[in-house]
Write a protein that binds this ligand. Sequence first.
Ligand code: PBG
Length: 344
Amino acid sequence: MLKNRIIKNTPAVEPAYPRTRMRRLRQSDWIREMVAEHSVLASDLIWPVFVLEGKNAAEPIKSMPDVERRSIDLTIESLRRAYDDGIKVAALFPVVPVEKKNMDGKEALNPENLICRAIAEIKNALPGMGIIADVALDPYTTHGHDGLVEDGRVLNDETVDVLCQQSLTLARAGADIVAPSDMMDGRIGAIRDRLESEGFTDTIILSYAAKYASAFYGPFRDAVGSGAHLKGDKKTYQMAPANADEALREVALDIAEGADMVMVKPGLPYLDIISKIKENFGVPTLAYHVSGEYAMLKAAAAYGCLDFDLAALETMLAFKRAGASAILTYAAPEIAKSLQKKSS
Ligand code: PBG
């Protein structure tokens, strides 16, 4: 409030030109940096990675230049390099082999599944790294939906029950943060209660609270191989891009149900939502710079339209300015490198 009043009063206290020359504070790097209102650090960045079965295996992803699906051993190697550059948190997504997918996605509950093995091995190799595990059924279902499907409808309450078990499976494997990305109603409270009753009192819940039914997820669905399977769209559970008030209701519910942090997704097209959440709730609010946004920057750079490093850094700054506490981005390692270059 106070801050707002000062900003509103600014014209009255600011003497006119030439007493005020805004450019005085822009004349060189040192003064620009001194008065900078926001900054981007490597510790603001979370790296989403795609994990593959096998050993020493890596596959390019056509729609996501410079991103690879990697087997656990190679994932660990790349996470170690990123860690040394200051990236301290990773979000893991499994590339589930087709033969392990079925209608009800029950491979999600297998404690020996790919993601559980990845979590355990990464934690073992890099104990200081924070691990976020996605809670949703889409990598595991033959229909590509995040929940259970009956007669073409995605069931809510039945799905929530499975998601509670999935969260528990991930927490047992060693996930520090479980991140329900499914947008079912009531899942945060149910997951929180289940974790508490099983003794996982310190497991952090990052709710994808405002997740929109977006065209920007295309490359991700390519990457995990759920796109080709997806029947229909996700509009009965993900939010309509037209709505902002509804995002605040979602956040209010998720906080009341026990979410520790909330996420807005996609990122750049929804900066208004981030800043509204921050203003209204003051909870740690994360932004997901999603696959399509990453691909746009890479494609434009490859076309010679812009400088990737500069555009990526500016994008991260936009998230921080809007109020994001941290940003999930596929460009995290590249940005960490360019931050180092900048400061050396
Ligand atoms: C699914 C999930 C999606 C993403 C993260 N988790 C895609 C979807 O909802 O279809 C998208 C991330 C991205 O596009 O980078 N539970």
